[in-house]
Design a protein around this ligand. Sequence first.
Ligand code: ZN
Length: 237
Amino acid sequence: MQHAPVELELSLTNSFSEGPVIAYNTVAQIRGSEKPDELVIICAHLDSWDLGSGATDDGTGVAAVLEALRAIKAVGLRPRRTIQMVLFTGEDQGQVGSREYVKQHQSELNKISAVLADDSGTGRLSTIRLNQNFAAHKLVDTVLAPMKDLNLAEPGMDRYYGSDYASFNEVGVPGFATSGTQTDYYRTHHSAADTFDKIREDGVVQAAQVLAGWAYNAAELPELLPREPSISILSPH
Ligand SMILES: [Zn+2]
């Protein structure tokens, strides 16, 4: 084996700034007809790792959330509660945008029925994960039942951390997540391979259908989705 000095030339165009920079969450909503102060939230995150373009993390989630809200509006549905979409920023830096949202909306948290985050890649959705909110299982079954054509499984009860739903779990608001079926998600997200060519159109379309159906049906329920006591005692970290 031969050893020789290695010469390396790099071209880095990034720059660093001192201190925090301003970033924005993007919010839009369809106002509820009967209970406008009560919210059902669907969300995804706009930020991504800069190695690729962030197509599957979380470009497809953003597209599905936008399309869900557009579709509800286009067919002229007037939900009883307000349906709000939030495209968070700073998710991959530690749920920064969603934690700020929670801070800024402290007094309205008890009016949020549930938050559903779509951050599961580009495949079709298999179900909604309730993060151990057992009290919500029955009502979520009711919400999903009319969508049997979308081939969803029974809600998942297991709990994960690490995307924007968790910022709401930490303060006792039902925070749910979509479960995806993209088998190579861990090869695309957070990498240079996370580019537009990986997107599966059928997955994004079905995800938008699930989000639209979920949001509208949840906004029509007679009551808010129940808080899970075991989750609400967790303190923010
Ligand atoms: Zn993500």
